[in-house]
Design a protein around this ligand. Structure first.
Ligand SMILES: [Zn+2]
Length: 179
């Protein structure tokens, strides 16, 4: 199992990777990485590609899970830790449960942080979905690792979008962040 120091280090690397999306056509504050704890190796790293692919399910965590399963050639990601710059939404934490991810480490909160800049579609906390996991051990959630770095991603992404006149996903534009 990775130490809290390793979690912070890996989150910092993920924040740097996610920030590299700001130089692309589709800047996003959402990034996810998966490490295989048996080898300590980074097996997948992805941005959210909802806008790019016009697919509302292509969140960063989903993209990372798909890449990791393909890379490791197995359907169960037991022994893996998933990192996300933001608290996973119900779809993504469900995907973690189905993929049998051991541990999920996240930075920013959905409602307190992300929703201020990027209106969210659900307020169902990941803990509630994990509580319904039938397999043991259940997925372990470690919140707020590198939270301020991740909050900063949201602020910077917002600035980048405004500078370049880029819109939020159109179906989110009409929503008012709850704050
Ligand atoms: Zn999600």
């Amino acid at each position: 199992m990775a130490s809290s120091d390793q979690h912070r280090k890996r989150m910092k690397a993920l924040v740097a990777f996610t920030a590299s999306s700001f130089d692309t056509e589709f800047p996003s504050p959402f990034g996810s990485a998966i490490y295989d704890e048996r080898s300590g190796v980074l097996v997948a790293q992805a941005y959210d590609t909802v806008m790019q692919t016009c697919d509302p399910t292509n969140h960063a965590e989903i993209n990372a899970i798909r890449d990791a399963a393909r890379e490791l050639q197995r359907l169960s990601l037991r022994g893996c830790t998933l990192y996300s710059t933001c608290e996973p939404c119900p779809m993504c934490i469900s995907a973690c449960v189905w993929a049998e991810i051991d541990t999920v480490v996240f930075g920013a909160s959905t409602l307190e942080d992300a929703n201020l800049y990027w209106p969210q579609a659900s307020d169902l906390p990941p803990q509630e979905l994990v509580a319904h996991m039938l397999l043991e051990p259940k997925c372990r959630l470690i919140p707020h690792v590198g939270r301020s770095l991740c909050q900063n991603l949201f602020t910077r992404c917002d600035e980048v979008r405004k500078e370049r006149g880029l819109q939020l996903p159109p179906h989110r534009d009409g929503l008012r962040p709850r704050g």
